[in-house]
Design a protein. Structure first.
Length: 231
C-alpha cells in the first residue's frame, strides 16, 4: 500500500524518506513514544523482592515505574510463582487495593500486588500513561497545596511522587486516590479535578516536593495530523 499524500506529518513519516527520518524521530519524540505510548512488557518480575516502595501502602508489593511512563491500564498479569497462587491474576480498577490473586494500577501509576501473595515471578503487560512530567516544590497552607493555573490548565493526570520537606513529619508520602482522606504519612490529589494536594493535619506539612504527570504539551495525534514539517 502506498503512503497517502495528504500533506500531514503522518503521511511524511509513512513515506520514510531516509533524509528526513532523523528529523521525524525528533518531531514525534521517538524515545518517549516507545517508552510511554505503546504497550510495555515486564518479564520475570519478583514482586516480593521489590516490597512496597516509597509511595504505596505497606500491605502491597509495588513495581515502581518511571514518571514519564506510569501505567494507565494493566493488560495481563501471569504469575509463575507465588504463595497466593499461579496463573492469570485479576486486574482491579485503578487505585483499588488488590485482594489475593489480584493486581492493580496504584493511585500514583505504579503496579501493585498484595504482599501476602508473595509473587516471585510474574509477567506483566500494560499500557503506559502519556504525559509530561513536572517536578517542583510548593508551599503547603492549611494542609494543602493549590496548584497554579499554569498547571491546572494543562490537566493533571497523576501525582507520581510526593515528599514533605518541612513539617512535623517529613519524607515521602503514600499516595491515595484523588479525593482520598489522608492519614498520617499519606497524601492525595484534592478531588477528581486534581487541582492540588491534601495532607494529613497530623503531619503539619508546610513545604513539599511533588512530581506530577500532566497532559502532554503536544499530543501525538495532533503532531501527526498537523501540516507536514517533513519532506
Amino acid at each position: 500500500m502506498s503512503a497517502p499524500a495528504d500533506g500531514t506529518n503522518r503521511a511524511s513519516l509513512d513515506r520514510g524518506n531516509p533524509n528526513t527520518l532523523p528529523d521525524a524521530a525528533r518531531l514525534i519524540a521517538l524515545g518517549s513514544l516507545l517508552a510511554g505510548q505503546i504497550p510495555q512488557f515486564r518479564r520475570n518480575v519478583d514482586m516480593d523482592a521489590l516490597g512496597a516502595g516509597d509511595y504505596a501502602l505497606a500491605t502491597l508489593d509495588c513495581l515502581e515505574l518511571p514518571a514519564h511512563a506510569k501505567a494507565h491500564t494493566i493488560l495481563r498479569a501471569t504469575v509463575r510463582a507465588g504463595t497466593g497462587g499461579t496463573g492469570e491474576y485479576t486486574v482491579d480498577a485503578y487505585g483499588a487495593t488488590p485482594s489475593t490473586t489480584e493486581c492493580a494500577v496504584s493511585p500514583n501509576g505504579d503496579i501493585v500486588f498484595l504482599a501476602t501473595d508473595a509473587v516471585t515471578d510474574v509477567d506483566v503487560s500494560y499500557i503506559p500513561e502519556r504525559g509530561d512530567v513536572i517536578d517542583t516544590v510548593f508551599p503547603v497552607v492549611s494542609d494543602a497545596i493549590v496548584f497554579p493555573t499554569a498547571i491546572t490548565n494543562r490537566g493533571v493526570i497523576l501525582l507520581a511522587e510526593c515528599e514533605a520537606l518541612v513539617g512535623t513529619t517529613t519524607g515521602k508520602k503514600i499516595v491515595l486516590v484523588p479525593g482520598g482522606s489522608p492519614s498520617a504519612g499519606q497524601c492525595a490529589l484534592t478531588s477528581v479535578t486534581k487541582a492540588g494536594v491534601t495532607f494529613a493535619a497530623a503531619d503539619a506539612v508546610t513545604r513539599a516536593r511533588v512530581k506530577l504527570v500532566v497532559t502532554a504539551a503536544e499530543e501525538l495525534h495532533t503532531v501527526l495530523e498537523a501540516s507536514a514539517k517533513l519532506l
